[in-house]
Design a protein around this ligand. Structure first.
Ligand code: P53
Length: 477
């Protein structure tokens, strides 16, 4: 009988821009997340032209992790974390993105942060680009639609690989690179790639071009990283929301297959080092004439990833819409799945889908996997005595862990670790809210920015502590 790896990387995950705050401290530059206002379940976050007076920019303060990380990591250690996934804010290292010399104060911050983790034998797991590229690269270069950004990114990657080569072993290049498969979503195009689409542009074409440059940059970074330290493990990071056919009608099944291809071809390039045939044919048929050179193709082939990092929150469903052409458009082609329930934010909860996803990745790529995000965003109630009874969160995580274990123990998936999202409450990426909470640790900060920022342990804190202590054997309350 198989079991979880002995050194299974139990931990938690965050991203710099969602919790560090200190948006201007020690020379930090403005990132794309610094120009995003707060939204809610019904309203998309706004994107302003730079940082303007009179707006609420929740990432500017985050939860002030920048000044409080030592106490927070102590709490992670108390839960028994073996790993801690965060990102390096690109703008702390290269405030504008196009400098030649890095900002020493920014580099020092991550030295201190990683040292604090290692003090407790917590392995840092680091994402290079998590929705926080320098805003200057948007205004001056047009974001990732510009080939020059490849060089800026690899310079950043090389700088931090060298600096932290003895402190960080696990890396990922681009967070949820495939979110932009939804090319109608301004939010995804901006957060992934710093893209603002103009009226005369075809957003799908721009997305394919930007994603290509990112994939080349990722492949080059893998190569550079391995030269600096051959022991590095460098992964991709895919937002996995399996897309099911609504019925067994062949046209629905075919549509769902195209939906999966459209959402996950990014993983084909990361893992196989080449584009899938259907996509090359599609791009040819559309006359997209993308800038893809032979040197790029050689880079892609030479820079495949070591493992698949992925987030898993929910699944989707789709059905044939009668159109003559087989095409999946994520903004319009999803339908509710009658067999699963949804969260308050409309995310369809599907633990079995996690086992499905792990098998799907394994069959396609035969690589180790790392669940680097999973979790339940919910409103928490603080009781009069300060306690927080988040049984709904424990319930969600437990059901997913049951399926995760089946994928490993019964299906033979090689899983490196599990780092649930937002192990400490932080700013929601999608809505900018604080009230969409994921943490085992509560942070006293509200959507309007009020609160003491004090930390306290939820019931789930003690539950997760026991899960880790028993290496996932005991999932009971
Ligand atoms: P929030 C969409 C779909 C799946 C995951 O999301 C997503 C998104 C974008 O919102 O994002 C990831 O905060 C992302 C994190 C994010 C987390 O999921 O919108 O990697 O940065 O916070 C949860 O509830």
């Amino acid at each position: 009988m198989g079991q979880l790896r002995k050194n299974f990387l139990w931990g938690g995950a965050v991203a710099a821009h969602q919790l560090e705050g200190a948006w201007q401290a020690d020379g930090k530059g403005v990132s794309v997340s610094d120009v995003m206002t707060a939204g809610d379940v019904d309203h998309q976050r706004g994107i302003t032209d730079g940082v303007l007076p009179g707006y609420n920019y929740p990432n500017h303060e985050g939860i002030d992790f920048y000044h409080r990380y030592a106490a927070d990591i102590k709490l992670f250690a108390e839960m028994g974390f073996k790993s801690f996934r965060t990102s390096i804010a690109w703008t702390r290292i290269f405030p504008n993105g196009d400098e030649t010399e890095p900002n020493e104060a920014g580099l020092q911050f991550y030295d201190d942060l990683f040292d604090e983790c290692l003090k407790y034998d917590i392995q840092p797991v680091v994402t290079l680009s998590h929705f926080e590229m320098p805003y200057h690269l948007v205004t001056e270069y047009g974001g990732w639609r510009n080939r020059q950004v490849i060089g800026f990114f690899t310079h950043f990657a090389e700088t931090v690989f060298k600096r932290y080569q003895h402190k960080v072993k696990y890396w990922m290049t681009f967070n949820e690179i495939n979110n932009q498969a939804n090319y109608h979503s301004q939010f995804s195009l901006f957060t992934n790639s710093g893209l603002k689409i103009t009226a005369d542009e075809n957003p799908e074409k721009v997305m394919y071009q930007a994603a290509h440059y990112e994939l080349v940059a990722s492949a080059q970074a893998v190569k550079i990283g391995k030269q600096i330290n051959p022991d590095f493990e460098i992964g991709c990071m895919i937002a996995m929301c399996p897309i099911y056919p609504l019925t067994a009608k062949p046209e629905d099944v075919l549509k769902a297959e195209r939906a999966m291809q459209t959402r996950y071809w990014f993983a084909d390039v990361h893992c196989h080092g080449r584009y899938p045939e259907w996509l090359l044919q599609y791009q040819t048929n559309q006359n997209y004439n993308l800038d893809i050179t032979d040197a790029d193709l050689a880079d892609l082939a030479a820079g495949t990833v070591d493992y698949i990092g992925f987030s898993y929150y929910m699944s989707f469903a789709t059905k044939d819409n009668g159109a003559a052409e087989l095409h999946y458009d994520e903004e319009h082609d999803l339908v509710p799945n009658p067999y699963v329930e949804a969260s308050e934010w409309g995310w369809q909860i599907d633990p079995v889908g996690l086992r499905y996803a792990m098998n799907w990745f394994n069959d396609h790529y035969h690589l180790p996997e790392f669940i680097v995000e999973n979790g339940f965003g919910a409103v928490d109630q603080v009781e009069a005595d300060g306690s927080i009874h988040d049984s709904y969160r424990v319930d969600y995580l437990r059901k997913h862990l049951v399926q995760m274990k089946k994928a490993v123990i019964e299906d033979g998936v090689d899983l490196m670790g599990y780092t649930p999202w937002g192990c400490i409450d932080l700013v929601s990426a999608g809505t900018g809210q604080m009230s969409k909470r994921y943490g085992f640790i509560y942070v006293d900060k509200q959507d309007d920015g009020s609160g003491t920022l004090a930390r306290s342990k939820k019931d789930s804190f003690y539950w997760y502590q026991k899960v880790i202590k028993t290496n996932g054997q005991d999932l009971t309350d």
